[in-house]
Design a protein around this ligand. Sequence first.
Ligand code: PLP
Length: 404
Amino acid sequence: MDYESMFEQAIAALKQEKRYRVFTELGRHAGNFPKATRHLEDGSTQDITIWCSNDYLGMGQHPDVLQAIKEATDTYGAGAGGTRNISGNTRMICELERELADLHQTEAALVFTSGFVSNDATLSTLGKLLPGCVILSDELNHASMIDGVRHSGCEKRIFRHNDARDLEDKLKTIAPDRPKVIAFESVYSMDGDISPIKEFCDLADKYNAMTYLDEVHAVGLYGPRGGGVAEREGLMHRIDIIEGTLGKAFGVVGGFITAKQCIVDAIRSYASGFIFTTTLSPVMSAGALASVRHLKNSQVERDCHQERAATLKRLLAEAGLPVLPSVTHIVPLMVYDAELCKQASDMLLDDYGLYIQPINYPTVPRGLERLRITPTPFHDDAMMAELTSALKDVWLRLELRQAA
Ligand code: PLP
């Protein structure tokens, strides 16, 4: 059996489809976000500006966060010492969970090692705990939700993206006595659109379904305390389970769910993805706690973030570039071709020192390849002018499609 050639063939297939991924080696400059050093294979370096980070508010370098991390390292050491079954709860993770429950104004929270794990572990366990459950899942849900639904082993119905009518058509066909979970996101991170949360909650009430909302691209960023879009729209109390990450707007790492005590206790007690893996370290828990606390009390980052995103969208549109009119902080710039998207990204990095990863299939459908730009409060006017001018050059050099 020639195992090596099987792996080589798998890689060759990706290369053939022009979606073989290459990641740049970067060293971010603490205190000088979004600047970083790129380390090339020949040993040379290049100063670059990051334009595609999901550290949306630069909280990964906020002094409160760094201080909390330093203090926790000195106080508790590096690791958590194992799974919670083996080593118990760390003080920091308990404080973080209380803070997250408060953020979402509910009874309890549970921290996981990532947002991906939170979704996979929770959805898969829900499906196992609710006898005869059907999970209704938005067609554009994130891979972690898709995996969770699949791992639950229960019946699923996929409804059209953000389409309440299609969701209702599906709900109508399910026997009233069967448990149902409507699983969706608030901000969809590739197009930057927002789901009709209220309509989905109304349907959940009408058909007696539970609601499961992924606020990964919204926590820290929306709502008066950073509770997400559901907080902004006064709907948090209507969502049964809110899921989020500590690795994007909160700038650290980890994921969580918040819900009523009995739900959190059941997930804690049954989810393999929670039980059988080493807990998030007290150091990262302390950093995340500082970040959540800071953003609960500070609106300036959120206001500035929205202003920066709106300004960049306007500048790109004025330059005739095909920017999607997203209603959020995400700025998708359409290329419509996998190979050209990669070339545009390489050119921006090599020739202009601007880092924007290409977004190709399966993250987006084939033919809808794009550069996904995420301006932060730290991207100033000069940086935006530099980016706009570089993008105009690249669009001309590669003869890419202009705005319609
Ligand atoms: N949910 C959504 C919608 C995401 O986009 C992502 C990651 O990009 C995740 C969950 C996973 O979160 P994490 O990066 O913390 O694993």
